[in-house]
Write a protein that binds this ligand. Sequence first.
Ligand code: ZN
Length: 439
Amino acid sequence: MVAGISLSLVTAQLSEAAVTPGTKCSKVGATSTSKGLKYTCVKKGSKLIWSKGVSTVKPFPVTSPTPTSTPTPIATPTPTPTPTPIATPTPTPTPTPIATPTPTPIATPTPTVAPTVSQIPERSGRKLCETKQSTSLFQETPRTSSSKNSSNVSLWAKYSLTRPNNFEQIVRSVQTDFTKSYLGIASKVPAIDFYIDPELKAEANLLTQINAVIKVVQIEYLFLERQFDKPISVVFFTDWDWLEKIHIEGGCSVVDASVRANKRLDTAAGWATSDNSALYLNFSGSKRNDLVTGTPGWLAAHEIFHLIQFNHFAQFAGRPPFSIPGWFIEGGATLMSPLVLGMDTTWLIQADNQSAQRIDTKSSLEDLSSNSGRNYSLGPIANEFLIYLVGFNKYLAIWKEMGEGKVFANAFPDATGIELKEFYAMFEEIRPTIGIPIL
Ligand SMILES: [Zn+2]
């Protein structure tokens, strides 16, 4: 899950004028949304006035699959206002360590793994609710592809790409590419402010989980996005009231704190909010057990990648253009967990085959809705295929291009050199080959 911009917000931006907080309004409870801020008509004494705007950038909860020794639910968020992930039991994706990735022959230093901590690390003093400045949002029209899909010419030949013969080939290639990029980074201990719910402090596995988070942050932040200048916040919570309290203490308004500690999010194992560079690991209720049974670092690896994705939109208060497909956002984050933890990803095929029996059975990648549960199973496969085709750097460059103000449909060809339509065509072409038949 990730802090996202809702389509309704975008519509609202086009159609509504901004209201001024503190000025008169006519009906209590009425709302107005403008420029990413939602204003509510509230009663102050005997007067009705517009409230201070509240960011509509809300955590968008979706659960990430957690491979454990028990059957793993692949989270399938439903496209309702209250996302209710339906647990699809998947065959135990017991993480199979991938064959030792080939290190580069040059003496590249293995990144020093952050020292293991034996207690909860001290915080930096940065406030939890310190958010980024908002400026204007994107206004860009997707260009129409100049190249007509030349039906006679193979796209593989056109782009000088190798058509994969099976999924295994993609998996190996991407794991190697990822590991090579990761090797040789400067070792640096990532700056993380941990917020640990006091109720969880006695949990036996807490330090294991904290150390796993430090490690995945080190790999993802320092490898993928080295210019992060501020610490990120990582919140482990079990009690919603405590979650709300730390936001108020962290400088959030009362309204904002309640939005960020909204039980509506409880259907998710975790989420990230990019405007304050924070990620939240939900151990409330029965999920408390995940502290012991969840693969350490798995969920954090997913959420941290969302922060990396959305950090590109820091100048827009973390608000991306609304045109980024769900398969690219969630599929990318879902792929990151096994990659960072050095696990095999071939189980994704089986997971998606099961998912396809129930959700968006006939959908092509291009037509997959932004809320589809298959963004978490077909999505990572598509991201892996894309990385196989163009490599990690060009893959990440898509996010950078969007950070420059481009919509996805323009950023994609500019970063990868491949027309988006043609990428979709190649993916659909290889689907049967890699084991995802179009039903
Ligand atoms: Zn996510």
